[in-house]
Design a binder for this molecule. Structure first.
Ligand code: CAA
Length: 386
């Protein structure tokens, strides 16, 4: 069983500590037992996500008026860390639903859109997806080939989206598409597409290296008629919408990376105290002590960056830079820590029962999705140079 860690500088409130404890209890009692099997068989955690909805983890920051938890971003970071320590597949489903879909809908949706979609999304009855990436528009997100032709009272949607988290299991998709190519990124819109709309199909589930319990696939739109009332924001707002939700989404993925690192570290600490070599527990060998010291230091630094970004967002300060810094750093810490965790475990680290090989595979995606590490450096350097 994993324990939890508290930040020493950020004084967490009673409420935030209660959220952290609830997430930890849930992760350890409900997620730990089946996580290896879900990973191995790419089994979507449907039951677990349903429970996460019942416990309020699927719409944590949404106002209670729309069924959400009305919590702050700091609480969200704490919950994401605890859930990611055990199952990063559950936490990516949670992160996309919270940060990209619910947050975007609540912040920019019409009253009617909010009332229609948020209660289902926050309760876990339905899941949301965010569709920006395309076969030729990943990092270069302005180069959208998916088109949303304005036909008066509806948009005609055509194109393909790639790498969509919650792709086959979602019911509601926020789809970014180009309406007026002459206006470049200012001619892009964001449309709410529902599963079952004529002409909308999902591709097969990708067979991934990590986060294998979550489902990722392509989306195909072939003359899908999307009513005008399903557009979020003004005409041409889609790209700014995507950038805004991704700025917050990066705090969620940074916390996921933090959780993967913490999970790998805590398992290593426990193992190092139990495993004996050369007559003593391996924790008494300096080679292991130095690894544990590096892990603990990096994890504390990553946690502080995550909390700083969350605090900036809660204080309505600009969080594009702090969120990108948190994601850049925490994802590197996740990767480095998980690799070292496998090393500390030796041969046991290479087999599934000890969990750290899965954490190592899961860590890699945190350096890729919601903007690669190189994209985070672009965002950070633009902010510091402007
Ligand atoms: N908030 C609001 N607006 C923003 C913004 C922000 N944080 N960042 C940029 N913008 C606006 C700019 O102001 C600009 O608007 P105007 O021209 O009207 O002033 C517009 O967006 C274009 O900005 P740039 O000129 O900076 O655009 P760019 O093409 O040079 O690069 C980029 C921007 C940062 C590289 C961007 O393309 C990017 O973030 N790419 C990565 C995309 C990404 O993260 N994809 C992840 C897919 S989603 C995912 O992974 C989810 C999942 O499944 C887990």
């Amino acid at each position: 069983m994993l324990t939890t860690t508290q930040s020493s500088i950020f004084q967490l409130t009673e409420e935030q500590l209660a959220v952290q404890a609830a997430a930890r209890d849930f992760a350890q009692s409900e997620l730990w037992a089946g996580v290896i099997e879900r990973d191995e068989h790419q089994k979507f955690p449907a039951e677990q996500i349903k429970k996460m909805g019942e416990l309020g983890f699927m719409g944590m920051m949404v106002s209670p008026e729309y069924g959400g938890g009305g919590m702050d971003t700091v609480s969200y970071v704490l919950a994401m860390e605890e859930i990611s320590k055990v199952d990063a597949s559950c936490s990516v489903i949670m992160s996309v639903n919270n940060s990209l879909v619910c947050w975007g809908l609540e912040k920019y949706g019409t009253e009617e859109q909010k009332r229609k979609y948020l209660p289902g999304l926050t309760s876990g009855a339905i899941i949301g997806a965010f569709a920006l990436s395309e076969p030729e528009a990943g990092s270069d997100a302005t180069s959208q080939r998916t088109t949303a032709e304005d036909k008066g009272d509806y948009y005609l949607l055509n194109g393909t989206k790639n790498w969509i988290t919650n792709g086959t299991t979602a019911s509601v998709y926020l789809v970014i598409a180009q309406t007026n190519p002459e206006l470049k990124h200012r001619g892009i819109n964001v449309l709410i597409v529902e599963k079952g709309m004529d002409g909308f199909q999902t591709g097969p589930k990708e067979n991934k290296l990590g986060i294998r319990g979550s489902d990722t696939c392509s989306l195909m739109f072939n003359d899908v008629k999307v009513p005008k009332e399903n557009r979020i924001g003004e005409d041409g707002f889609g790209f700014k919408f995507a950038m805004q939700v991704l700025a917050g989404g990066r705090i969620g993925i940074a916390s996921q990376a933090l959780g993967i690192a913490s999970g790998a570290y805590e398992l290593s600490l426990k193992y190092a105290k139990e495993r004996k070599a050369f007559g003593v527990p391996i924790s008494q060998h300096q080679a292991i002590q130095f690894k544990l010291a590096d892990m603990a230091t990096n994890i504390d630094a990553a946690r502080l960056l995550c909390l700083q970004a969350a605090y900036d967002k809660d204080m309505h300060q600009d969080y594009a830079k702090s969120g990108a810094m948190a994601k850049l750093f925490a994802s590197k810490v996740a990767m480095d820590t998980a690799v070292e965790a496998v090393q500390i475990h030796g041969g046991y680290g290479f087999v599934k029962e000890y969990h750290v090989e899965r954490l190592m595979r899961d860590a890699k995606i945190t350096q890729i999705y919601e903007g690669t590490s190189e994209i985070q450096k672009i965002v950070i350097s633009r902010e510091i140079l402007k």
